[in-house]
Design a protein around this ligand. Structure first.
Ligand code: E4P
Length: 217
């Protein structure tokens, strides 16, 4: 399973990269705004900076919602660096744009996916990644993990190559459950990734080992 970090914060991206487990980055317009990155030139520069920190795929979301402008914007984003994955919303023109970019060999991430039917369309369009938002489904009392399972079954039935990128991760158990289901990728805040490190018995055990070592020396 690939680990992506879901942030536009360069320090957090560096921290995850230094941990040696990072396979890529996802961003969205809200995450860019949270870091105070505004204006086209600053946004493009920020994507370039992210690509310099990580080796893997970096999702950059288009703002346009019509086909022609999605293509224009997506091509400009893709030209920044070959790590860029054009992130497209799950709307009719987004599906058309995913097909267009797929034919051109440009990677895509179809985002804002909340149903198995939407995921099926994204795969048919040749998307590289599909992003079901499990936390946002959980937020409205709907089982987000069940959606990941449904998509896994559908993609396996037909050997679709689209990778399931479980998004909107809220905590460590989401990551573990996605791994059990067989999501190809999770994208998560840094806190949930580093949360996987923690176990009190590890800390107690390490303290004892170090104390015993001191006693014996
Ligand atoms: C990822 O690509 C999504 O933009 C992100 O995971 C959404 O997460 P949120 O529901 O925490 O905003």
């Amino acid at each position: 399973m690939k680990f992506f970090i879901d942030t536009a914060n360069l320090e957090q991206i560096k921290e995850a990269q230094d941990l040696g487990i990072l396979d890529g980055v996802t961003t969205n317009p809200s995450l860019m705004a949270k870091e105070g990155i505004t204006g086209k030139d600053n946004i493009l520069k920020h994507y370039k900076n992210i690509c310099e920190i990580v080796d893997g795929d970096v999702s950059a979301e288009v703002i346009a919602t019509d086909f022609d402008n999605m293509i224009k914007e997506g091509e400009e984003l893709a030209s920044l660096n070959n790590q860029i994955v054009v992130k497209l919303p799950m709307i009719k023109d987004g599906v058309k744009a995913a097909k267009y970019f797929s034919n051109k060999g440009i990677k895509t991430n179809v985002t804002l996916v909340f149903s198995a039917g939407q995921a099926l369309l994204a795969a048919k369009a040749g998307a590289t990644y599909v992003s079901p938002f499990l936390g946002r489904l959980d937020d409205i009392s709907t089982d987000g993990l069940n959606l990941i399972s449904e998509i896994r079954d559908i993609y396996d039935n037909y050997d679709f190559s689209t990778e399931i990128l479980a998004a909107s991760i809220r905590h460590t158990m989401h990551i573990i459950d996605c791994a059990k289901i067989g999501a190809d990728v999770i994208t998560s805040p840094l806190s949930s990734i580093t949360g996987l490190l923690k176990h009190p018995l590890t800390d107690i055990g390490l303290d004892k080992f170090l104390n015993d070592h001191k006693k014996g020396n």
